[in-house]
Design a protein around this ligand. Structure first.
Ligand code: NOJ
Length: 577
């Protein structure tokens, strides 16, 4: 990869490296989820075998050997359940059925069989905070009216004001607008309001009602019995609300700042939520094979998030503060140290993640001057466009740095190809409800959900044999296909595969972490995990690598001709000579 080596004048003389005292010790437990690399599949954009323009379960089974050969431990599949697809499947109308868009239950069984053959686990994305308004339970709640047991499955309240025509409180939907929608009762009169923290098509369940817990126990067992390796748990911070449903004085979506739900908000992190996950942990432990629970517990600060992974609750929680930290060496050092301390305090592995289906991909964020990190704030054709070369260089460096860290790592499909977002999608093609609910003020998440490029040439770059895709791919992806990268040892794909192989061989996931003492520049960050030294250069000048080391992996043409100068925007893995 081309680099800019002309800035070498400030490189200090080479030195032997010294380490600070460890901030994290090697794990004494060997559970797979303490060191795992989990690959997120977004089914609608993975691989379409039916020609309907939407990826499907047989497409995942077909391509699974390619993903398994990357060296990942498990796949997490975003929802493929029956759904009207108002929020891309996070609006579930039947939790125990596969949406015909994606295939059948038999296709799921085939996928699990192939995954077992290849030694990877399949994690299912469970959505317990809300369902679809087309779910039978919600249809019953509407039909049976105020005060009925069916309504108690959800959060219905009378409106405020003399005529009851004001929402019960001031909470706002994450996708924009009020979090309450008024229903028309069976007799045609204006009725109660129901709560939906997301789209109006996603009514929130009432987790104070034990019948909801029983319903979900049945759903968990259904997928565990079919061989699921566990669950990614959607909105795991929000299931239980303050029973008084008080107005919230923070920002309307319960955040101290956009996109960062605060554990003190009345809709997040209520103590009762932890009882739910204790019950779920018990259910998982009845099954063999270390079935796991991974929390989308989007709460700040990281010390609060650690409550979700106490020893009798979930196994892992996504580290969003790490994802949101950006290109800043000292901020990264700070959040990594805090994460390890916070998760160590409860005996859980820390996790690391740079991209997912809700935020701009890291290759886009790192190529953008003022990157948006709030879910739903994608880039559009009118915005300044990212610097693709810079974004890719930094994305590769950040990934190689992340994969050296102890704990669990998450990858989002396509990042192993160096994909960024589609940042020039025509607005009429946008499907994320965020776009419509904010009247286009926030562009939504479609840009990071674009179908994968497999082979050059075909109109959808091999995503669909029929040449159809539910949303178009950017023209720049023509040279980023998996097939082309397979042929190029300098490709991002090869970098990921090599790094994952070394990570596994050296057991880095269960390793320790000591920061490198004083690299001489605050923009260079280094740590040791076991015998491996990981150094990332986030500054503008070349950095002289420590003496007595040999290169194991590199994110780019990371070192100059002498082999001792680390270029800007690069990461290397070194071992003692
Ligand atoms: C978090 C999911 O990741 C996101 O895609 C979804 O829109 C919301 N939860 C609502 O389920």
């Amino acid at each position: 990869m081309p680099q800019t080596p002309e800035l070498a004048e400030s490189a200090p003389p080479a030195q032997h490296h010294r380490l600070e005292s460890p901030v994290h010790h090697a794990s004494t437990h060997d559970d797979w989820w303490r060191r795992s690399v989990i690959y997120q599949v977004y089914p609608r954009s993975f691989r379409d075998t039916t020609g309907n323009g939407v990826g499907d379960l047989p497409g995942i089974t077909l391509e699974l050997p390619k993903i398994a050969s990357l060296g990942v431990d498990a796949l997490w599949l975003s929802p493929f359940f029956a759904s009207p697809q108002r929020d891309a499947g996070y609006d579930v109308s039947d939790y125990c059925a596969v949406d015909p868009l994606f295939g059948t239950l038999g296709d799921f069984d085939d996928l699990v069989a192939e995954a077992n053959r290849l030694g990877v686990k399949i994690l299912v994305d469970i959505v317990p905070n809300h369902c679809s308004n087309e779910h039978l339970l919600f249809a019953r709640a509407l039909a049976q009216g105020p005060g009925s047991a069916a309504r108690e499955m959800f959060i219905f309240r009378d409106g405020r004001g003399e005529r009851g025509d004001l929402p019960p409180n001031n909470w706002q939907s994450h996708f924009g607008g009020s979090a309450w929608t008024r229903v028309t009762e069976a007799d045609g009169s204006p009725g109660q309001y129901y709560l939906h923290l997301f789209d109006s098509s996603q009514p929130d369940f009432n987790w104070d009602n034990p019948a909801v817990g029983d319903e979900f126990e049945h759903i968990l067992r259904f997928w565990l019995d079919r061989g699921a390796g566990g669950f990614r748990v959607d909105v795991a911070h929000a299931l239980v609300k303050d029973a008084a449903l008080p107005d919230w004085g923070g920002t309307p979506d319960g955040s101290p700042s956009p996109g960062f739900p605060f554990s003190d908000a009345p809709m997040f992190g209520r103590p009762g939520v932890h009882d739910v996950f204790r019950r779920w942990r018990g259910i998982c432990e009845e099954y063999d094979g270390e079935r796991v629970l991974c929390a989308e517990a989007n709460v700040h600060p990281i010390e609060a998030m650690a409550d979700w992974v106490r020893s009798d609750e979930m196994h892992q929680s996504f580290n969003f503060p790490f994802l949101h930290t950006g290109w800043d060496a000292q901020a990264l050092k700070g959040i990594i140290t805090r994460s390890l301390n916070a998760f160590d305090a409860v005996g859980a592995p820390s996790t690391w993640v740079l991209s997912n289906h809700d935020v701009a991909r890291h290759a886009t964020r790192f190529g953008t001057v003022a990157p948006a990190t709030r879910p739903g704030d994608g880039l559009g054709p009118e915005d300044p466009q990212p610097d693709l070369e810079l974004g890719l260089a930094r994305a590769r460096a950040a990934t190689l740095f992340m994969l050296g860290l102890p704990g669990g790592a998450y990858l989002y499909q396509g990042e192993e190809l160096g994909l960024g977002d589609h940042t020039e999608l025509p607005h009429p093609l946008r499907q994320d409800p965020t776009y419509a609910r904010t009247n286009g003020e926030r562009l939504g998440r479609d840009g990071c959900r674009v179908p994968l490029p497999w082979t050059p040439g075909n109109p959808t770059l091999g995503f669909s044999d029929a040449g159809e895709a539910w949303i178009p791919q950017p023209a720049t992806w023509q040279h980023l296909t998996r097939e082309a990268q397979e042929l190029d040892p300098d490709s991002t794909l090869w970098m990921y595969r090599n790094a994952l192989g070394l990570r596994r061989a050296r057991n880095l996931g269960l390793g320790d972490l000591s920061w490198l003492v004083d690299t001489g520049t605050p923009e260079v960050l280094g740590f040791a995990n076991g015998g491996l030294l990981v150094i990332m250069n986030l500054g503008n000048a070349q950095f002289t690598l420590p003496e007595g080391t040999v290169l194991q992996a590199s994110s780019a043409t990371a070192v100059d001709a002498t082999g001792r100068l680390l270029n800007p925007d690069s990461t290397v893995w070194l071992l003692p000579a």
